[in-house]
Ligand binder design. Structure first.
Ligand SMILES: C[S@@+](CC[C@H](N)C(=O)[O-])C[C@H]1O[C@@H](n2cnc3c(N)ncnc32)[C@H](O)[C@@H]1O
Length: 335
């Protein structure tokens, strides 16, 4: 495109040169000013043309930069996440995890990657009042949202990276984490931190999404976005939330993190339901870090992406209420 712009400019300049000699002096001065403008503006127009072609080709964040935004839950994401995504896919697993936590009768529980607090609220209801609950997350905007919603009884909230927990060794008898482990860049390191803050005999209880093919709306959204941005499909959902489901890898990372007992695994299948296809489209495109990747594709990309995903979901699941499969692995291991 740049080569085309420069060869176009050369032919314009040669045309100006050919006609200049036949024109009066004032016209020649004006034409020279035009030529100066064309030379000065060439890089700008080349850049514009390149930007236009980038938008059409769907060129976007480099894979490294895209990966870097996977952990960013900020701006309008926390509110949209909590409004649309939590009821869609997180609430049923939160109830499941809280029931498993309560059956262990813990006295002091640490939650990591608590997000907007769906598990925290479930724990607050499921555990006896005597149990202490401490909830943490990397992204303060997620915790702000959680605190604004509130809990049925007091919870201690702290901003904290799961790979550097600001707590003493052996402080807790249960560490809980819902759909956070996939986001930790150093999984054995994060598991070692969970192990460190657990008292001997304490338990680490967490869940991870299964592969994207077993999570219907996420799969349709990812395929639809690949048709809209063929040059660089936004792959957040497959790469991160659905990118950590191999039991062997999880068991090995737990061992590397210092958990030497055998972990337990259970695959839990549930349903994801919404009043219309547009709700999961908004939830995934706008209420997760997938949004960061889509927005990098330029103006209107988010609106177009949301529209095309709503159409794709409606085509597969119907124009009215939609109902799709979701599947996750629940994991527990003793310190
Ligand atoms: C999919 S959300 C799950 C949130 C919540 N547990 C739920 O069930 O709704 C993933 C969460 O992981 C958090 N997170 C990402 N990287 C983290 C890290 N290194 N340490 C702690 N939390 C992290 C994000 O801020 C986000 O809130």
């Amino acid at each position: 495109m740049q080569g085309f712009a420069l060869s176009g400019l050369a032919s314009i300049l040669s045309h100006i040169g050919a006609v200049l000699s036949r024109k009066p002096r004032s016209t020649r001065r004006q034409m020279c000013r035009n030529a100066d403008y064309l030379v000065a503006a060439a890089p700008y127009h080349a850049g514009e043309a390149r930007a236009r072609s980038d938008r059409l080709a769907g060129r976007r964040l480099s894979p490294k930069d895209a990966r870097g935004t996977d952990k960013v839950f900020a701006g309008s994401i926390p509110e949209l996440y909590d409004t649309y995504l939590v009821p869609l896919i997180f609430a049923s697993y939160a109830a499941d995890l809280a029931a498993r936590a309560a059956s262990r009768q813990p006295e002091k529980v640490l939650e990591i990657a608590a997000g907007t607090g769906v598990v925290t609220r479930a724990l607050a209801s499921a555990l006896p009042d005597s149990a202490v609950i401490v909830a943490t997350d990397l992204n303060q905007p997620m915790l702000d949202r959680a605190q604004a919603i509130g809990t049925s009884r007091p919870v201690a909230w702290h901003q904290a990276d799961a790979m550097q927990l600001p707590f003493e060794d052996g402080e807790f008898d249960l560490v809980v984490c819902q759909f956070g482990a996939m986001f930790f860049p150093d999984k054995p390191g994060a598991f070692a931190e969970a192990r460190r803050v657990l008292a001997p005999g304490g338990a680490f209880l967490f869940n991870v999404w299964d592969r994207i093919e077993d999570n219907a709306f996420a799969h349709v959204v990812t395929n639809a976005l690949a048709t809209l941005f063929p040059a660089a499909p936004p792959a957040f959902l497959a790469r991160t939330p659905h990118g950590y489901h191999e039991r062997q890898a999880i068991a090995q990372h737990l061992r590397l993190g210092g958990f030497h007992s055998e972990p337990g695994f259970e695959t839990v299948t549930s349903r994801s339901r919404a009043a219309s296809a547009r709700i999961p489209a908004i939830a995934y495109c706008q209420g997760t870090p997938l949004r960061n990747e889509i927005e990098a594709a330029g103006a209107n990309a988010l609106a177009r992406a949301t529209d095309i995903c709503a159409v794709a979901i409606a085509e597969k699941f119907g124009a009215g209420p939609v109902d799709g499969k979701i599947q996750a692995h629940v994991v527990w291991v003793t310190a």
